[in-house]
Design a protein around this ligand. Sequence first.
Ligand code: AMP
Ligand code: MG
Length: 322
Amino acid sequence: MITLGIEGTAHTLGIGIMNSKREILADVRKVYRPIKGIHPRESSQFMSENMNSAIDSALRGAELGFKDIGLISFAQGPGMGPCLRTAATAARTLALHYKIPILGVNHCVAHIEIGRELCKLRDPLILYVSGGNTQILKLKDKYYRIFGETLDIGIGNMLDKFGRETGLEHPAGPKIERLAKKGKRYIELPYVVKGTDLSFSGLLTNSIQKFRNNSLEDICFSLQETAFAMLTEVTERALAHLKAKEVLLTGGVGNNLRLQEMLRAMSMEHKAKFGVPKNYCDDNGVMIALLGLLMHESGIKQDINDTEVKQRFRTDEVKIAW
Ligand code: AMP
Ligand code: MG
């Protein structure tokens, strides 16, 4: 069966098409790039303006028509309300018009499942790091249980807010990574770990303050070293506690090579396999199609009335039936 997945939780409109053999038939991404932060209304407008052409180009690229699509899935949450509603409206319209079954899926679970699929991991400990989310999870009794998470802001939002205050364009994560490579001096910054939970707001405030008397390169270097060491520490603690044999890094911040390096080294010390889904850490429609397929194959069905968006849809609300 061929599934068309629609991602639209924040900045990326993604249309992915996947078949039951898990072959990626299309992966179209249109990214809203604001100078400063993401404005939900503007981002949703960007999505509605690009929806038709993105779906068209995905179908054309895969040489398919709507008659070939057996399931439409879309990101039901978590995310920004206006963006979620735009993607949901498109999914419902197509499902009703072409009489195709529809499934709303959890965006965070989709990040995990594409990582598991592409990295060939069975039961990993997961570090999920994106704009709004920072969580350490593992599957237990049919749910991705959260073993640790941020107590305030997500790591990606922290990096982006730091960028906004220091003149870096949005998204700041990749720019901070580039500048950090030129940093030479480690400047001490707040390191806040509580058990397997983390806090980034003090680190953010102090980094902005210290930017006044230090070079941006040194601050970026120190910010990354501090924040990523915190992430690696809590992941290691959870790994030892849960005796996990695999580690999966996913979400937008997972693109960062320094973070990958730290987690890979830590995993090797524990003889755990480490995986990161190359090119699929960012938001995309393929992961939404994959999760739709997994749910469908597990016999999960939704009525159009079940498809209202959930801005605060938590990862641990979803029963993992596969
Ligand atoms: P997501 O919410 O999963 O779409 O991820 C977006 C977040 O990932 C933004 O906060 C970006 O700044 C961040 N990000 C993307 N690439 C990198 C990178 N190379 N290093 C650090 N953060 C990154
Ligand atoms: Mg995401």
